[in-house]
Design a protein around this ligand. Structure first.
Ligand code: PEP
Ligand code: MN
Length: 269
């Protein structure tokens, strides 16, 4: 065996605004961990728009380890995110924490995120399968690839085939980084399934200084996109400030990603 395995053909997923994930272009999705204010979201969207980026992320319902941490602004956050996105013609991705929030998040977002902690929240997967919006299914941080793919099947068997997988790091033994980015998992998904796969280098590393390297590695391994946390003032962020890229760094970051995409024979959106 040569060691070179032909990649399985990914089934691209069509989004609104003629966008695709899983096609030739790498899709860069960025935004703050949490939607904190109109001004914060506007500053992020403005920087993204200036660079031609098309999909903004932002949490309104936040899965926080501590009940005392900021839990997100809920519906108010979704409204801000949608309003700002529409001002700049961007698509929206945001997380639904529970079945009861799914219709609300679907109403305000173009892609519904199911977070790492909810990868095996089966009623949520079933509800996601019974509605048409694309689902970004993050890998559980303690889950095997097989469990992850089985979770995706809980969605597809209910009808919705529009699933984007997201490798966001799994728990390791070394506290130097927040998680361990499983680059092999990206390659494995790419060679053995039809699902588009993206990477989240922010939650994988937990450290802004490591985000670009992890992002480069993910694209080189075959990722179809990235989900990256950014903030106008990371030091003041209400969640995940340590891993948010400051807006000033975005042009260099996007340039960097474009070079790797180019080396892989791919474009970048
Ligand atoms: C997030 O994207 O903000 C998030 C909470 O991610 P994860 O589910 O990967 O921890
Ligand atoms: Mn976060």
């Amino acid at each position: 065996m040569s060691g070179y395995k032909t990649m399985t053909k990914t089934n691209p997923i069509s989004l609104s605004n003629n966008l695709q994930v899983g096609g030739n272009d790498i899709l860069l999705m960025m935004g703050p961990c949490s939607i904190e204010s109109y001004e914060q979201t506007y500053a992020v969207a403005k920087s993204m728009h200036a660079l031609g980026l098309r999909v903004i992320r932002g949490g309104a319902f936040k899965p926080r380890t501590s009940p005392h941490a900021f839990q997100g602004f809920g519906l108010e956050g979704l409204k801000i995110l949608r309003q700002v996105a529409d001002e700049f013609g961007l698509l929206v991705i945001s997380e639904a924490l529970g079945v009861e929030q799914l219709p609300l998040v679907a109403e305000y977002s173009d892609i519904i995120q199911i977070g790492s902690r909810n990868m095996q929240h089966f009623p949520l997967l079933w509800a996601a399968g019974e509605q048409p919006k694309p689902i970004l299914l993050k890998r559980g941080f303690m889950s095997t690839i097989q469990e992850w793919l089985a979770a995706a099947e809980h969605i597809t068997t209910r009808g919705n085939q529009n699933i984007i997988l997201c490798e966001r790091g799994i728990r390791g033994f070394d506290s130097s980084t927040r998680n361990v980015l499983d680059v092999s998992a990206i390659a494995h998904i790419k060679t053995s399934t039809h699902f588009p796969i993206i990477a989240d280098p922010s939650h994988a590393t937990g450290r802004v200084d490591l985000v670009p390297a992890a992002a480069r590695a993910a694209i080189a391994a075959g990722a179809d996109g990235l989900l990256v946390e950014v903030h106008p003032n990371p030091a003041a962020a209400l969640s995940d400030g340590d891993q948010c890229l400051p807006l000033e760094s975005l042009p260099a970051f996007v340039d960097d990603m474009r070079r790797i995409a180019d080396a892989m024979g791919r474009g970048l959106t």
